[in-house]
Design a protein around this ligand. Structure first.
Ligand code: CP
Length: 650
């Protein structure tokens, strides 16, 4: 059964077919191709355009519509799950059109429905049919999507229309300039997908190029051929210089896609400070004379009504095209499901935990968290060799997070993930023996025992670590031009703990605490967050013109630092970024040179260096240890053999 949950569920050719059907909407209407069809609209969130244009589309096709005027007056109010609602309503209708406030909820409903399901917007995740309207309108205006440069602007973090749109623009070979409101940057999981699946790279856009829209925000240019990709660094201090030389200059902006701040997805409704807007001055700029202005609507005050009469304002055309495009989509799905055609799929094998305890999606708004009964714990596995991490992607909401512990269901052994174990993990996965855990506690609750590790050698003891952190803190203060603009930013998790210790030292020396933040390379949402001072009135962490010190525990290949720098420069343009690490292992694949180093410990690839810091309880002590990775299967075998030997000997 074909459903459309993500824009990835349609191939480019199928999107072209849908556009051809939309061009012949009058004929579809005259032929009444939808006669006898019933469409159910289930909208758990408010809507004007999507709901009414779908309902109009089905009626124009000759079909009919059933609906709940307000889902709060449906049995949802009595606690019915989305799974049961989908199952029941699919016996009353031939197609369900669903909008839900939870990410991934429409996917869950499609898994329980017996008829086609169309995603009319799920939380902050995707809104694929809006993207169809956007592409159809843009193509009519500009002729072709390939090579266009589209500026996506505003709340790129929570705007579901943006997520579907940037994937589609990338697939059709357009360039994307991201111009986010502060703290509302494109999520890391979206960026990664653009990089991994479409080979997109970044370059900054010159400051000033987009001043008539916003003055406080930096723009980044995403392009398929990577001519401008952020340069690698020989000195972190020279990052800005590298960036300047790789700037995307002379861009022609074909379209501005403006979005509303998605206040309904923000805990505190968000601040209004420096939210980008398009006003009359935009229309005066010569460089924008052929730039069309788009918006999924509804607008609030980010788009001046003065644009309504200008030929470049095409947002009401986008809304009007909702009817022919949705007529075309309904007819496309009817034909597919009549012929039972299979279509584009995410086509990646899913990991299902064989154990009752195991990883859960870290996105608090994911259906798997909100209503686990309607879902299964199902993930895609990514081996991110470049940063030595095992990443899970939630199959419902697409959010990514890092997994630290792996286990084998047969041997009941667990160990920390290490890149060297990737092949063995693939093998276990093939045999359905792979267990994954978020924590040691989870593994031990299931009776797993740790894999025996090789002997560990202490490389830095408590005193040496204290002295190193004190020296680093002093050097940071010496180099800092304006300590009031200093931001200590730790890479989660050990880097963030070290950053806190450095901030403590600086506070002791200056009698004033620097601002402290945390950066999560594989986070479920907020990649950058302030960890101190804890003042909700401060708004999102701003990097603009700051002197940032990025702190990590160990530098080896340099790829983690590169990923962290990429996030930093996507989130604002700091005055300087310096790098502090406790241990430098000295084998760089990426030419990043730390400015502050606690200790140089040259070590081979098979060696693992781990920084273990004391907890707040101070029961354990700080130490840096070195050990080599052991294959957990071999370890288990050794244990099994030695048990057998013991049994024989007895
Ligand atoms: N663009 C859009 O989804 O509008 P509605 O919320 O009114 O459906």
């Amino acid at each position: 059964m074909r459903s459309v949950i993500s824009i990835a569920d349609l191939t480019n050719d199928e999107i072209e077919d849908i556009f051809a059907l939309a061009d012949s909407a009058d004929k579809l209407r005259a032929d009444k191709v939808g006669a006898g069809q019933i469409m159910a609209t289930l909208f758990y969130e408010p809507s004007t355009r999507t709901r009414l244009s779908f309902e109009s589309a089905m009626q124009r096709l000759g079909g009919s519509v059933i609906s709940c005027s307000d889902m709060k007056s449906s049995s949802t109010a009595k606690g019915e799950t989305v799974a049961d609602t989908a199952k029941v309503v699919s016996s009353y209708a031939d197609v369900l059109v669903v909008r839900h406030n939870w990410d991934g909820a429409v996917q869950a409903m499609a898994e329980h429905a017996d008829v086609a399901v169309i995603n009319a917007g799920d939380g902050g995740h995707e809104h694929p049919t809006q993207t169809l309207c956007d592409l159809y309108t843009l193509r009519k205006e500009k002729g072709d999507l390939k090579g266009l440069t589209v500026v996506v602007c505003g709340d790129l973090k929570n705007g579901r229309t943006i997520h579907s749109l940037v994937y589609a623009l990338a697939r059709f070979g357009a360039n994307v300039v991201t111009l986010a409101a502060n703290g509302m940057e494109l999520p890391q999981y979206v960026i990664e997908r653009l990089e991994r699946e479409y080979d997109y790279g970044f370059a900054p856009v010159p400051t000033g190029d987009l001043n008539s829209v916003v003055t406080e925000t930096d723009a980044l240019y995403l392009t398929p051929k990577q001519p401008h990709q952020l340069a690698l660094y020989t000195q972190v201090d020279k990052v800005i210089q590298s960036q300047l030389s790789s700037m995307a200059t002379g861009l022609r902006y074909d379209a501005f896609y403006m979005t509303r701040k998605q206040k309904e997805r923000m805990k505190d409704g968000g601040t209004n400070a420096n939210y980008p807007s398009i006003g009359p001055e935009f229309l005066q700029e010569k460089r924008f004379q052929d730039t069309v202005v788009m918006h999924p609507l509804p607008r609030v005050d980010e788009l001046s009504p003065e644009l309504d009469k200008d030929r470049r304002g095409i947002y009401f055309k986008q809304a009007a095209n909702g009817v022919p495009v949705r007529m075309a989509l309904l007819e496309f799905l009817r034909r597919c499901n009549q012929g039972q055609q299979s279509g584009a799929s995410k086509a990646q094998r899913a990991f299902r935990s064989p154990e009752p305890i195991g990883p859960r999606c870290h996105n608090a708004n994911c259906i798997t968290v909100k209503e686990p009964a309607s879902t299964e714990r199902r993930f895609r596995i990514y081996f991110a060799d470049h940063i030595g991490a095992l990443i899970l992607g939630c199959d419902y909401c697409d959010h990514r997070f890092k997994i630290d512990y792996i286990g084998n269901v047969k041997t009941k052994r667990y160990s920390a993930f290490d890149n060297a174990l990737s092949e063995m993990i693939r093998d276990w996965w093939d045999k359905n023996e792979l267990a994954l855990f978020d924590s040691i506690k989870e593994a031990e609750e299931l009776g797993y025992e740790p894999t025996k590790s090789s002997g560990q050698r202490i490389l830095m003891a408590e005193d040496e670590i204290e002295n190193a952190l004190s020296a680093i803190s002093q050097q940071i203060l010496n180099d800092c031009r304006d300590p009031d603009r200093l931001l200590i930013l730790g890479v989660r998790s050990v880097g963030a703990q070290l950053a806190q210790r450095i901030a403590n030292e600086i506070e002791a020396q200056r009698k004033r605490r620097p601002e402290l933040g945390e950066i999560e390379i594989y986070g479920a949402g907020d990649e950058l967050r302030r960890t101190g001072p804890a003042d909700p009135d401060l708004g999102p962490l701003s990097l603009k013109d700051r002197e940032v010190v990025l702190v990590d525990d160990v530098i080896y290949t340099g790829r983690t630092v590169k990923s962290a720098l990429s996030i930093i420069f996507r989130s604002g343009r700091p005055q300087a970024v310096r790098l502090a690490v406790l241990v430098d292992r000295g084998h760089r694949e990426v030419p990043v040179k730390p400015n502050y180093v606690g200790k140089n410990i040259p070590s081979s690839e098979n060696d693992r260096v781990r920084v273990r810091l004391r907890g707040d309880d101070r029961e354990t002590s700080d130490r840096v240890v070195i050990y080599s990775v052991m294959n957990p299967t071999a370890s288990a075998q050794t244990t099994a053999n030695s048990s057998r030997e013991k049994a024989t000997n007895h």
